[in-house]
Every structure is written in structure tokens, then in C-alpha cells.
Design a protein around this ligand. Sequence first.
Ligand SMILES: C[S@@+](CC[C@H](N)C(=O)[O-])C[C@H]1O[C@@H](n2cnc3c(N)ncnc32)[C@H](O)[C@@H]1O
Length: 168
Amino acid sequence: MADSLLKMAINAPDRIFLGIKVYEAGIGQLINKAHKYQLNNLKIIKEDAVKILTNHIEDNNFNLFQLFFPESWHKKKHFKRRLVQTDFLNLLSHKMIKSGKIHIITDWKHYAIHMMTVLENHPNFKNTQNAPIYSPRPKHQPITITKFEQRSHRLGYDVWNLIFINEK
Ligand SMILES: C[S@@+](CC[C@H](N)C(=O)[O-])C[C@H]1O[C@@H](n2cnc3c(N)ncnc32)[C@H](O)[C@@H]1O
């Protein structure tokens, strides 16, 4: 329900946040809350993030991309629907500034391994950890636990953080 995004925007009034999601659920509530806190540093777009990045965001435009609990598509025949693939990373690398960061969280081990592999093999992205290992949950970032992260902890799932730097 975008509570973590709302908190980030409240805690960092000097930064601009753009939330993108395909479905409408939660967007009205977020707009109401943003209005209540009189935020002017938060935008929300209901659309496919790939479309927005491709057609509406200039190159070298932002310094942090956060992707929390992307759909993991468990069945093998659906793996191609997974968002984090080399083409998507190419797009991100162009749109982000050099030395910008990408932070991904997932609770699905198979997807975590897949994302680690494509990121480690991508020429532009470098792991913030020294080896191909996952990151600790960042303390410096003003992120709250998202609904999906709460659910993962409640169900006793592990959670994997991947934090890479764009070194294009
Ligand atoms: C499993 S939910 C996680 C929601 C939230 N990030 C969290 O951590 O609680 C995945 C979300 O990603 C959105 N999503 C999936 N593919 C997307 C895309 N291509 N562009 C924008 N949003 C997308 C879905 O609409 C859904 O809201």
C-alpha cells in the first residue's frame, strides 16, 4: 500500500520520489495520505514501469531504483515474465545516473539467485558487496518494512537484498 514510499518521501523532503505500479489498488489511499502530509516531492503513476522508463524518463535521470518484492513467477514456463532480465537492466542503466544504485528485495530464493546471476554478469552493474553475495538490509535508507516483507517475516521466509551500483 506504498507506506514505505510515503515514509521515504516524508523523511527526505529534499528528494523527489516517483512510485510506479500497474494496478490501481492503494493509489487513492497514497494520494490522500500525501495530501494530508502536504507532500510535494512524491509522484505516483499507474502504468507499466518499463513503458514509463522507456518513453517518459530521460537518460541519466535518477540515482536510486527500488524494486521491492517484484512478482517472482514461480513456474518455469513463466520465468520469461520476470522483470529483472538483462534487457531491463540495460534500460535501467541508461536511465540512471552513473554511480546510481539499484536495490531489489525478494523472498523467493530462486528469483534471488536469478537476479544475482544477471546482475553479476551485467557489464554496467557492480555489487556493493565484494563477492556475489546478498546485502544486509540497508540501515542508512529511510525504508520501512513493506507489507510483503512483513508477510515474509511472519511466514518465516528469508529475505534477500541485492544492492548494485551503476558503473556504466
Ligand atoms: C508482490 S507486489 C509487491 C508490492 C510492494 N512493492 C511491497 O513490497 O509490498 C508486486 C507489485 O509490483 C507491481 N508490478 C509488477 N510488474 C510491474 C511493472 N512492470 N510495472 C509496474 N509495476 C509492476 C504489481 O502491480 C504489484 O503491485
